[in-house]
Design a protein around this ligand. Structure first.
Ligand code: ADP
Ligand code: MG
Length: 500
């Protein structure tokens, strides 16, 4: 029998009634890149913390290098060469890169005094190991997330890491930085170092994994070599459902649908110029474009946050003047911002209150007050209609997962019966299962007559949910596509052409 670096046997973990893990077993051998996949809340971080000795399991056992461990303390895991890189990296922001990389190492050798010249030399050796170039004298607090990550990896290597566990390491990275990280990871593998890579992003998992295991509700539901899984299968195991997304068919059913939002020559100097388009009832119109294309400014103008300087906006054929948010809301325009956490929700308030806050405003306006009974009834209706997963709408919104928070934001607007809904990055940070459900919800609303504008960088999202897509570049609409007439690759090509 080969001696495994890490053996996890039948681990369960219970937090005061929440079964976070149930009977999870797996092994990691030398030089293996193993990916741990699962939706938010599936138990990934809990599993890591048990391996690292931060939490004690309720049941089960763990062996390092073939040796069964009793109660694991963080020190035991470190001594066994197991290093966890958490999402915050646990670095000292006021120290330099070199100091962050080498100080622990120096301290661990029980030196009374820190030899600063040595610190630099040690750090230089460490980054050579991962074949990257870093400014060792830079202050870590001022470095990019990607560089901080490399510092954390180098520091782990100096402490003799044999298994490096990375918890959602790509969350804040650009595509290019992810490629750079993968290069480092493959390099580590060649040196015989094992990686446990935790993620819920399926395409990157497929790219980097030797082996993949999937957690769902704390139970390991699949485990195998990477080639055995395609995206559909991964998504199936992760969510427990077949996920096939159909494209949106806009069907005015022979009738000539009314224009719900008509925009003519809308201009905000320096931001966008001569924007004209027509959104019909029941349409989902996408707006694609690179950062700085003027998309968000246009959305903010339509919602009255940063009003346009000239041009016309009409709702159902009636010209309107949108000078502020109150105007936009009066004309039944809703806006779900990109950063729901800071813009869209009152996080500490209850789920229910957030969901119906708009109708609440209205009801108060009409009646002067609203009865607690009516308030509760309305909340129950919307929580159900939007399939918000909560046992208690009285809990704060902050307790919900990203997908469910996004539903609350949607609910907040839908409760006020908008005619036009503008969604900016509606599923950023939402996991795949919830994402498909949100798309279905958006399509369902369109079929009921809502006119929707979606701003998104997520091309599959635009392709699956919109019937038409406008491409913006430098503040202007440069092209328009019918979704059925273009492939995702072609759309991508068109968008990136604008850099040249
Ligand atoms: P993941 O990392 O996959 O998103 P977690 O391991 O963080 O999932 O969480 C798994 C489950 O355990 C969740 O239901 C979460 O709410 C619960 N949980 C995690 N940590 C704690 C804790 N310290 N106390 C109580 N419940 C917890
Ligand atoms: Mg986690």
């Amino acid at each position: 029998m080969t001696e495994e670096l890490l053996q996890v046997n039948n681990i369960s973990k219970n937090f005061a009634g929440v079964q976070a893990l149930e009977g999870v077993s797996f092994t990691i051998s030398r030089g293996e890149i193993r990916c741990l996949v699962g939706e938010n809340g599936s138990g990934k971080s809990t599993l890591i913390k048990i391996i690292a000795g931060v939490y004690q399991p309720s049941k089960g056992e763990i062996a390092f290098h073939g040796k069964l461990q009793g109660n694991i303390r963080p020190r035991n895991a470190l001594d066994a060469g197991i290093q966890v890189i958490y999402q915050d990296f646990s670095l000292f922001p006021n120290l330099t890169a070199a100091e962050n990389i080498a100080l622990n190492y120096q301290l661990s050798r029980n030196k009374k005094f820190v030899n600063w010249r040595e610190v630099h030399a040690i750090a230089a050796e460490a980054i050579k190991l991962i074949e990257v170039d870093l400014d060792l004298d830079a202050i870590v607090g001022e470095m990019s997330v990607a560089d901080k990550q490399l510092i954390a990896i180098s520091r782990a290597l100096l402490q003799n890491a044999q298994l490096i566990i990375m918890d959602e390491p790509t969350t804040a990275l650009t595509q290019r930085e992810i490629e750079a990280l993968f290069y480092v990871i493959r390099n580590l593998k060649e040196k015989g170092i094992s990686i446990l890579f935790v993620s819920h992003k399926l395409s990157e998992v497929q790219e980097i994994a030797d082996n993949i295991m999937i957690l769902r509700n704390g139970i390991k539901v699949a485990d195998g070599v990477s080639d055995e899984f395609d995206l559909a299968k991964l998504a199936y195991f992760m969510t427990g459902r077949e996920i096939t997304e159909s494209s949106f068919v806009y069907d005015p059913a022979g009738k000539s649908p009314i224009s719900i939002l008509t925009v003519k020559n809308l201009t905000l100097p320096g931001r966008f110029f001569n924007i004209s388009f027509d959104l019909k009832q029941g349409e989902i119109l996408g707006i694609a474009g690179l950062l700085g294309s003027g998309r968000t400014d246009l959305a903010l103008a339509l919602f009255g946050i940063k009003p346009a300087k000239s041009g016309e906006v009409s709702i159902e054929g009636q010209q309107v003047h949108i000078r502020n948010i109150q105007d936009a809301m009066r004309f039944k325009i809703g806006y779900v911002p990109e950063d729901r956490l800071t813009e869209g929700l009152f996080l500490k308030q209850s789920i229910g209150r957030n969901t119906i806050i708009r109708i609440l405003d209205r009801a108060i306006g009409w009646l002067g007050l609203i009865s607690p009974k009516k308030f509760k009834e309305q909340i129950a209706i919307w929580v159900k209609r939007l399939r918000i997963k909560t046992n208690d709408p009285g809990l704060p919104v902050a307790s919900l997962s990203g997908g469910n928070q996004q539903r609350v934001v949607l609910g907040k607007w839908l409760a006020s019966n908008p005619k036009v809904l503008i969604l900016n990055g509606p599923t950023v940070g939402v996991d795949i299962g919830s994402k498909m459900e949100l798309h279905e919800l958006i399509k369902e609303l369109a079929r009921k007559g809502l006119g929707t504008l979606i701003l998104s960088d997520d091309l599959p999202e635009l392709m699956h949910t919109c019937n038409r897509i406008l491409l913006m570049r430098n503040g202007r609409i440069v092209e328009e596509f019918t979704t059925g007439d273009i492939t995702e690759q072609e759309l991508n090509q068109k968008i990136t052409e604008s850099i040249a």
